[in-house]
Design a protein around this ligand. Structure first.
Ligand code: M6R
Length: 361
């Protein structure tokens, strides 16, 4: 059942600290220096990989974009992220040096399964990141890593997104260690961030009332823009998807730097802009974009762990949490989406036209 929550989505948002603890449980050593992820693909093979192709849809695709930002620098490997429905294994790739990673909560998404089969047929090795034991993807892929989020009933993916990113961070450390590309400082920084994540997420959940109040002031808005850079960009895309699917309002996520190349024309006093201000150097640049939209009269909400230097009129303060801080920002914006939609009386767990698991191409 819903354990007293009004919707499964809200219950699942609140389950995130636990889901994250499960995702890392037994997988990080006590000194936060190494991981034990039980990856069956041979280490010799993992060392020879020169490109990882991630295939996924929807929220899982956003987790894939986040994963790219972790894997590329730390595992020193080229990562391309593909919408599964647009994927094709191309001849210019050496299948022996290409690892295709399917990210899929359900393990049953037709587009993702078909992309994976295409890669297998071409001779590439495949790895699944999934939440679902016994799902089709676990049979199709050469190897599986479970995200351990527990069952997710709400159509809107919430806890499975954060668990996918956490598992991608573990995979990053595993690959970085096998490939000898990860410094011990970077390993510790990532693993400490992972260990801090459940507590940081809990602190955001404890501030739900503030986020709910903010959401209530925006229920008349019909278009919302989300901007971010680096990992803040996939979080902007994911937060916009969450809002549009459950509230039916128009919402778009943009790379903050792209605003002035077109979308800025849409910005008016009626379009709230939510700025993900994580990762210091990225946040400093995004603040310039915040000024641009503020001068067009748009109300701005900045999501930040540093509201003092940020200097935005309205902020959601989140605890700082190292490289995974954008995940914490995402949780604040899940709650925002939920409360905007709930204020409008939308059927949050079963939005019109959508299914939890999309088994047709
Ligand atoms: O089960 P999957 O992760 O493969 O599902 C992919 C998408 O259908 C899914 O992430 C969808 O975008 C979310 N339910 C949206 O909240």
């Amino acid at each position: 059942g819903k354990s007293g929550y009004e919707h499964y989505m809200l219950k699942e948002i609140h389950e995130q600290p636990r889901a994250l603890r499960q995702a890392i449980s037994g997988r990080i050593d006590e000194f936060a220096t190494s991981v034990d992820l039980d990856v069956a693909l041979p280490e010799e093979y993992l060392r020879s990989v020169d490109e990882i192709q991630i295939v996924a849809c929807g929220t899982s695709y956003h987790a894939g974009l986040y994963a790219k930002g972790l894997l590329e620098p730390h595992a020193d490997v080229r990562v391309t992220v593909h919408l599964a429905s647009e994927y094709a294994f191309t001849e210019d790739r050496d299948p022996w040096r290409t690892l295709v990673v399917a990210i899929t909560q359900s393990g049953e998404t037709a587009d993702t399964l078909s992309a994976l089969r295409d890669a297998s047929r071409a001779g590439a090795r495949t790895l699944a990141l999934t939440n679902t034991l016994g799902s089709t993807v676990t049979r199709d892929a050469d190897d599986t890593v479970f995200i351990r989020a527990g069952p997710e009933i709400g159509v809107a993916a919430t806890k499975t997104f954060v668990s996918q990113v956490a598992t991608a961070a573990l995979l990053t450390v595993h690959l970085g260690q096998v490939r000898d590309t990860l410094t011990s400082e970077a390993a510790t920084e990532l693993l400490e961030s992972l260990r801090d994540l459940p507590g940081a997420v809990q602190q955001v959940l404890d501030r739900e009332a503030t986020i709910k109040r903010a959401a209530e002031t925006y229920t008349d808005s019909e278009a919302f823009f989300y901007i971010g850079r680096q990992a803040g960009y996939p979080v902007a895309l994911e937060s916009a998807l969450k809002l549009k699917e459950i509230s039916y309002d128009h919402a778009e996520g943009f790379a903050a730097g792209e605003l002035k190349h077109g979308p800025l024309a849409l910005v008016t006093p009626d379009t709230p802009v939510i700025a993900i201000l994580t990762e210091e150097a990225a946040a400093e640049k995004t603040i310039h974009n915040v000024k641009e939209v503020e001068s067009r009269g748009a109300p701005v909400i900045g999501v930040t762990s540093d509201p003092v230097t940020t200097d935005v009129a309205s902020t959601f303060e989140i605890p700082s949490c190292g490289p995974l801080e954008p995940v914490v920002a995402n949780v604040a914006l899940q709650l925002f989406a939920y409360h905007v939609a709930n204020e409008k009386g939308r059927p949050i767990d079963k939005p019109r036209n959508l299914a939890k698991s999309v088994t047709v191409e």
